[in-house]
Design a protein around this ligand. Structure first.
Ligand SMILES: Nc1ncnc2c1ncn2[C@@H]1O[C@@H]2COP(=O)(O)O[C@H]2[C@H]1O
Length: 341
């Protein structure tokens, strides 16, 4: 095994698919992928290396593409390692795109011809990703990317990349539409409304005790509305100076609607993951744009919470069923806005 300048191990492979290199070939999701795609099970060590490499890519962390955990896993399974030598051109401007690359290690310089001179665009210092534009827009490579040191990359080929993204988007929409059809809050919506909502939902996962919303937090432009896909949310609220668990929210139910419906009110309760939780989050602007037809249902929910809170406030002592060991809230912010997978 070779070592790069910084001493990290590099795996030498040809820049092509390596079927079944480690473990079995995963059949999951493979039916809609090109026949050339090999989904290879990655070892825990490889997964860690890929995850580390992807963390530094805005594109791959989903801020750009909004990959959910399923899409992310499929991309990881289809990745194959590529090693390059110093001076090697990984991508040539003007050529047809072959692969999308995530940097594990190495320095790479992107340049472009401007007039008769080659202009430096960007230097990737051991992290980042490149090569997505030609894949997504079916256009020639917009720049040349050359290794400045020996490097290690993870690559996804063009047709796999395209079909994972396109196919995952379709499957994700269908999955979301099915979930929405089981959620009472969406019962008044038309199929078209639901399809539009399905497209803008982003899956987020939270570990046990993660604080998703915190009572008293003001709404911001990145505030969200949440649908519980799996798991349980505990809602805690200060009532008469005492912090109590006031509600549990389960699969197919929603939370975070009160502040959005009452426009500008602070979050009315802490919403905390009980065990591992998966939610579908809807951005505030999408909520305001798309949830109009659900206004009546949402207003009823808000009225029910108001009634419940009045009842709780009138209770002289703690109701046993409403109390339990209150989880300590971390000092700093909530998970809202930054924990999509
Ligand atoms: N008793 C309660 N009063 C108000 N909101 C509650 C209560 N119990 C649970 N919640 C949920 O907790 C969420 C916190 O954020 P929101 O106020 O936007 O919306 C709130 C409701 O979805």
């Amino acid at each position: 095994m070779d070592r790069t300048a910084s001493g990290a191990a590099m795996v030498h492979v040809e820049p092509e698919f390596r079927p079944g290199r480690r473990g079995g070939v995963s059949a999951e999701n493979s039916s809609s992928l090109p026949s050339t795609t090999r989904l290879t099970e990655k070892s825990p060590e490889e997964k860690e290396r890929i995850q580390k490499a992807m963390q530094h890519s805005i594109f791959m962390t989903g801020q750009h593409l909004r990959l959910d955990s399923e899409q992310y896993d499929t991309i990881v399974s289809s990745m194959f390692p590529v090693t390059v030598t110093s001076g090697q051109k990984v991508i040539r401007e003007g050529q047809e795109g072959d692969n999308f690359y995530v940097i594990e290690e190495g320095v790479f310089k992107a340049t472009k011809m401007v007039g008769s001179a080659r202009k430096e665009l960007f230097t990737y210092e051991h992290h980042g990703a490149f090569g997505e534009l030609a894949m997504m827009y079916n256009c020639p490579r917009a720049a040349t990317v050359e290794a400045q040191t020996p490097g290690a990359l993870w690559a996804v080929d063009r047709s796999t990349f395209r079909s994972i993204i396109v196919d995952s988007m379709i499957r994700r929409r269908e999955h979301h539409e099915e979930l929405l059809s089981n959620m009472p809050v969406f019962s008044a919506l038309t199929a078209e409304n639901r399809a539009a909502i399905a497209d803008c939902l982003v899956q987020e996962t939270y570990e046990d005790q993660a604080v998703i919303l915190r009572e008293g937090d003001a709404l911001t432009s990145v505030s969200k509305f949440y649908l519980v896909e799996s798991g349980t949310i505990e809602c805690w609220k200060v009532v008469n100076g005492e912090r109590r668990m006031v509600k549990t929210i389960q699969q197919n139910e929603c939370f975070g609607e009160v502040a959005l419906v009452t426009k500008g009110a602070a979050r009315a309760a802490d919403c905390i993951a009980k065990g591992k939780v998966t939610v579908l989050a809807m951005a505030r602007d999408a909520f305001e744009r798309l949830m109009g037809p659900a206004e009546e249902v949402l207003s009823k929910t808000v009225a029910e919470y108001t009634r419940l809170n009045e009842q709780l406030a009138q209770q002289g002592s703690r109701h046993p069923s409403l109390t339990s060991q209150a989880p300590l809230l971390p000092e700093n912010g909530t998970a809202e806005g930054g924990s999509s997978t």
